[in-house]
Design a protein around this ligand. Structure first.
Ligand SMILES: [Zn+2]
Length: 323
């Protein structure tokens, strides 16, 4: 297990280099007790933490399963999540609306999805049930709070999803940028509650924070501000590359049906092997098409056809919960 300690904050790398469904967990060593930020490092890592530390508090940055699945391993800890996501970890129906199950399956299909999740066993890294009913309160955004006796500010950084935030430890210059993760895949905003423009805005906002250490949740780990600044530009540039790819495909006569196989987010071969990522490809593309229309591209009819061809439910593509 790769661990790196900066002041009282220890970065626990997730299994498989923190690749999804794993993510980095922060362990905050307090004087009297310890705390965690996110719970996705892996069963062995979390179990080792549980045995060696009195974890009394857990802050979850957002509801995504790769950050939250391990929360059930700490039944005695007080768990908090951001105010937008509190309803999603309490109700699979709310969760299904936010993550896009309603957008791709509609109400009937989503109800069946919820039922299937309810019947699944708790414990696995892919079980949405692991958090269900376990998180009862939310922290405040953008205020100085205490976590294991250390000052932390949960900076609201929507875009990846609406409640996404970046924990900041002002005394140590540490910022957990989480899923602004600098991976070669690029920014991920393929849920109904994701917004491309907000992702860009929030990512740029992270540069204004007085931080020395930028911690990503996946693969890249801890980077200096200099490296983060340099890499962030290329990373955000992937969004424009996706725009360009879509425009080129449409210009070359690609049908709305075939647009999902143009390697905009996932590779065509991955979609042919499994349906797992297709909902995210569809939602991501729908959001890009809307963004391009907004920029003046003549894609209104194309967008409508895309929705129809993929049997999507327009009213759920951009779904924002009530705080
Ligand atoms: Zn996420």
């Amino acid at each position: 297990m790769n661990r790196q300690k900066i002041g009282p904050v220890e970065v626990i790398e997730g299994e498989r280099g923190s690749r999804i469904p794993y993510s980095a967990t922060l362990l905050i060593h307090g004087r009297d007790h310890s705390a965690l930020i996110d719970c996705g490092a892996g069963h062995a890592a979390l179990e080792a933490i549980r045995q060696a530390h009195a974890v009394k508090q857990i802050f979850l940055t957002h509801y995504h399963i790769d950050h939250t699945w391990g929360a059930y391993l700490f039944p005695e800890a007080e768990k908090q999540i951001n105010p937008y996501d509190l309803g999603k970890v309490a109700s699979l129906t709310e969760l299904a609306k936010a993550n896009g199950v309603y957008a791709v399956l509609g109400e009937e299909g989503a109800k069946a999805w919820v039922k299937k999740q309810e019947q699944s066993a708790q414990g696995g890294v892919a079980s949405w049930k692991n958090c269900l009913g376990l998180i009862h309160s939310s922290y405040h955004f953008d205020q100085v709070m205490e976590l294991a006796g250390e000052k932390v500010v949960m900076i609201h950084a929507p875009g990846h999803c609406e409640g996404f935030c970046c924990p900041y430890f002002p005394d140590y210059g540490i910022l957990l940028v989480g899923d602004i993760d600098l991976t070669s895949f690029g920014p991920w905003y393929c849920n109904a509650d994701s917004q491309i423009d907000l992702f860009i805005q929030s990512a740029k906002k992270t540069l204004e924070v007085e931080a020395k250490y930028y911690i990503t949740s996946h693969q890249k780990g801890v980077v200096t501000k200099e490296e983060y600044t340099k890499r962030l530009e290329d990373y955000l540039g992937i969004i424009e590359k996706r725009d360009e790819k879509i425009k080129r495909a449409i210009k070359a006569g690609c049908s709305p049906k075939q647009l999902v196989y143009q390697d905009v987010f996932y590779y065509k071969k991955n979609h042919l092997e499994s349906r797992q990522y297709m909902p995210f490809e569809q939602i991501g593309l729908a959001k890009h098409l809307k963004r391009l229309i907004h920029q003046g591209e003549p894609y209104v009819d194309y967008y409508q056809q895309f929705i129809t061809e993929h049997h999507m439910f327009e009213e759920y593509i951009d779904y924002l919960a009530q705080e």
